[in-house]
Design a protein around this ligand. Structure first.
Ligand SMILES: CC(C)(COP(=O)(O)OP(=O)(O)OC[C@H]1O[C@@H](n2cnc3c(N)ncnc32)[C@H](O)[C@@H]1OP(=O)(O)O)[C@@H](O)C(=O)NCCC(=O)NCCS
Length: 176
């Protein structure tokens, strides 16, 4: 891992490969405005890849954020030093199931510097602490970035394609 993380009360500070720093912390109701701004300024194609189609209105995503209980559904945010929300990684699961579905988006001008990896690795750590042992993901079949990212974060135990969509299950317990 070429990035470093340091635990702090206010979150974990991560140093990316290009020298930029972000703070990783759980998203809370107070982050609604930052989330709405991030969605409204997001690259349209990134949004389509994230939601596999037309994204829901930003206000709906903000309402979901408020409802997240941090155990069954949890959203992790990455904040730039100017306070901008530049990445969101989240999981949700049914009840206390050990398998959770994930989704992630990194702002276009913050991609390729390991932020996706840092966020998903942190999400996996938080998930394991809450009894989650597997992540599942569904994505466009040509989404090489998320496929690579999943392989980096855990051990792929199954994957495949169906009608243009790719899917994978990764084992989090095999993380070194
Ligand atoms: C998927 C996504 C989160 C990756 O974020 P990122 O910050 O660029 O990821 P990283 O920099 O940590 O790169 C992770 C790996 O993916 C690779 N990668 C990143 N972008 C890539 C691309 N466009 N094509 C191929 N590989 C890519 C990197 O080289 C890296 O591999 P490596 O570890 O072998 O070097 C980002 O591309 C994104 O937000 N996409 C839009 C939303 C989306 O597709 N979400 C997934 C569906 S839920």
């Amino acid at each position: 891992m070429s990035s470093t993380t340091t635990a702090r009360n206010t979150g974990d500070v991560a140093l990316l490969t290009d020298g930029r720093r972000v703070t990783l912390r759980l998203l809370q109701a107070e982050d609604k405005a930052a989330l709405i701004a991030a969605v409204e300024h997001a690259d349209p194609w990134d949004l389509r890849r994230r939601f596999m189609g037309t994204p829901p209105p930003a206000s709906m995503l903000a309402r979901q954020l408020v409802r997240a209980d941090g155990v069954h559904d949890l959203a992790l945010g990455a904040f730039a030093t100017d306070g901008r929300l530049v990445g969101v990684a989240q999981f949700d699961r049914i009840g206390d199931e050990p398998t959770a579905e994930i989704a992630i988006e990194v702002a276009h001008d913050w991609q390729h510097d390991r932020l996706g990896f840092v966020m998903l690795a942190k999400l996996a750590e938080l998930a394991r602490a809450r009894g989650v042992h597997e992540f599942t993901a569904v994505y466009y079949a040509d989404n090489f970035a998320i496929r690579k990212l999943l392989q980096r974060v855990g051990t792929v135990v199954s994957s495949g394609y169906e009608q243009g969509a790719g899917y994978a299950t990764i084992d989090l317990d095999a993380i070194a």
